[in-house]
Design a protein around this ligand. Sequence first.
Ligand code: OGA
Ligand code: MN
Length: 216
Amino acid sequence: MSLAVDAHESPSSDNSLFETVVEALAGTGWCVIPDFLPREAWQPLAAEARQLYADGGFRHAGVGRGESFSIRPEIRNDRVRWIDPLAATALQQGYLDRVESLRLAINRELMLGLFGFEGHFAIYPEGSFYKRHFDRFTDAANRTVTLVLYLNDDWQPQDGGALRIYETTESGAEIYSDVLPHGGSAVVFLTEKFAHEVLPANRERLSLTGWYFRRR
Ligand code: OGA
Ligand code: MN
């Protein structure tokens, strides 16, 4: 079953959506896709993630990888659960299928050589944040495109929790854009190029964050 793909998106609208992503990656390097998933596809995913969380299936997120991994609540205090592609539920597989279609579309048009995808659910309990950072680990410089899907109903500006993406203009000034984590929307960016942070969330904030990577 492939819920995320079957649920009301026709192939042609997918093509134009994927084309938007490809053009953005080739241009500014990032974009927001307001309707990456229809409500009937993302709401069950959100419910599944919340159930896994209630069952203790998440752990404190850390920074670094391998020997340098550590839990640093002053930097980030979200909880994550990695998606195991070999044990994906039908809903998770539906999303992975969509992610795979987008990977193929990007590879057809850009020379990024995206090879696979790794992702996790993330829950930011009320008051949580993730300070400014880059997603690339120094010991694994193969994450190439970041794709974050948001899973929150009726998010309001006063709920905080915006993704703040920093850019440097041609004149060298730093600017930023704030993206609210509206359910069904996604943000895509070139991993290496954008420092970003998650501002403190005033209510529980749920997302599915992942990375297309190149072969090591
Ligand atoms: C991350 C991250 C952004 C977001 O998990 O590395 O920056 O909006 N997430 O959840
Ligand atoms: Mn990040």
